[in-house]
Ligand binder design. Structure first.
Ligand SMILES: Nc1nc2c(c(=O)[nH]1)N[C@H]1C(S)=C(S)[C@@H](COP(=O)(O)O)O[C@H]1N2
Ligand SMILES: [Mo]
Length: 401
């Protein structure tokens, strides 16, 4: 595709996303659209990715990335909300402003962050709440992500709690509003701000400046971003400039209107009727994705094949991944890796077999966590208007030749 065509196509896709409609049909198979091609051109610091829009950049990793526990930075997905993101950040001048109900307002530089606080590391999956949205039937509006709006990295930074302790909290402090560097282009568009309750800040919540041993890629939030292990990534604010401590929840748009699900037992609603009460999405549910073989792959009859993929949840930990080669009639245990990256990271799995029959074949993967929660069958998928938290059993269709 020519560059010109690429931008034309990107603009159309972006327009469709903004209107909450999509020209892409998810079909009725309850499977995310995972066989889209990567773009011909790449963004800075990125390999070519599945590209939904270039302004704002919306980039998805192709399925085959999900065979390893850590996702390469240059294939890590990208999601921004505002068309205008800062084009230049000077790391020597960048500061995070800590303000509001604090004893001492702080402007913390990158250097201070790296020198004045205990440095900590955590391996954690970052997944957009709308990942796999294209699998819902009917398809909710929004970006029609396949399964690649996610990744897992080793994050390095400082505890958010330590930073707040340095500023000192005033009496009544309850909430934090965290904001990135970009500002909405139109004055009526709300800025992207997320609110966290102070009780949500365990020791794993960090302000990270490194990802897999390198500076954060620009598009992933250089120079610093929030890392909230176990939680969907709409709360993982990038390019943090301001942290404001408040005594009240402010009901901000992206927290209270956009990234929400029904606040009822099943967290579900129907396309015809909106749930009365909603709540922000937070903990991730249990899920797995097959990284190999990809949809449409050709396998050789009777030759050793190893299904590989990743499984994760909100931090309870993965107990088991099961594979089915007969459309879900029988399931067999896959082999899990040692889990040494910790409970917030991907567990990779593998399962060896020899295809016995020529023709089309479905490979399914189902993860079960330590709480006994497992990925639902297509018929049990809970639908919601935002298209969040899809975690249906993964299926790839291959051809044995
Ligand atoms: N400043 C800022 N932070 C943000 C966002 C944003 O638009 N602006 N989007 C959020 C959402 S919804 C997601 S899924 C992740 C995407 O992070 P990534 O681009 O590094 O993959 O960033 C989160 N943090
Ligand atoms: Mo997201």
């Amino acid at each position: 595709m020519e560059r010109r065509d690429f931008f034309k196509k990107a603009a159309v896709t972006a327009g469709a996303a903004a209107l909450g409609t999509s020209s892409l049909d998810a079909g009725t198979t309850h499977q995310p659209i995972d066989n889209r091609k990567v773009a011909d051109i790449a963004f800075p610091e990125k390999r070519p990715m599945i590209t939904y829009s270039d302004r704002p950049p919306l980039l998805e990793a192709p399925r085959e990335v999900f065979t390893s526990a850590l996702t390469p930075n240059d294939q890590f997905f990208v999601r921004w909300h505002m068309p205008d993101i800062p084009t230049y950040i000077d790391p020597d001048k960048f500061t995070i402003n800590i303000k509001g109900l604090v004893k001492q307002q702080l402007k913390i530089s990158l250097k201070e962050l790296k020198e004045d606080f205990e440095q900590v590391e955590v391996a954690a999956v970052m997944q957009c709440g709308g990942n796999s949205r294209s699998a819902f039937t009917p398809t909710p509006g929004g970006i029609q992500w396949g399964s690649g709006a996610m990744g897992c990295a080793l994050w390095k930074g400082v505890r958010l709690r330590d930073v707040l302790e340095k500023a000192g909290l005033k009496k009544g402090a309850q909430w934090l509003a965290v904001q990135g560097s970009e500002r909405a282009a139109y004055y009526k568009t709300p800025n992207f701000i997320r609110e966290l309750h102070l009780d949500d800040l365990d020791d794993h919540v960090i302000i990270a400046y490194q990802m897999n041993g390198e500076d954060l890629p620009y598009l992933n939030g250089f120079p610093v971003r929030l890392v909230v292990p176990g939680v969907y990534s709409d709360s993982w604010i990038k390019m943090i400039t301001d942290i404001t401590v408040t005594d009240k929840y402010q009901n901000l748009f992206f927290m209270d209107k956009a990234y929400v699900i029904p606040d009822n037992e099943c967290e579900c609603e129907t396309p015809e009727k909106h749930a009365k009460k909603t709540k922000p999405i937070w903990w991730m549910n249990v899920k797995s994705i097959i990284g190999y073989p990809n949809d449409g792959a050709k396998l050789t009859l009777k030759s050793q094949t190893v299904v590989r993929g990743v499984a994760w949840d909100g931090g309870a930990g993965i107990k088991e991944v099961q594979i089915s080669l007969d459309g879900g009639k029988t399931w067999d245990k896959a082999i899990l890796d040692s889990g040494k990256l910790g409970r917030y990271a991907y567990r990779t799995f593998r399962y060896g077999f020899k295809p016995k029959k020529l023709g089309e074949m479905k490979i399914m993967a189902k993860a079960i966590n330590k709480l006994g929660e497992e990925q639902p069958l297509a018929k049990d998928i809970k639908w919601n208007h935002g298209g969040y938290k899809y975690n249906g059993i993964d299926v790839v269709t291959v051809k044995v030749v």
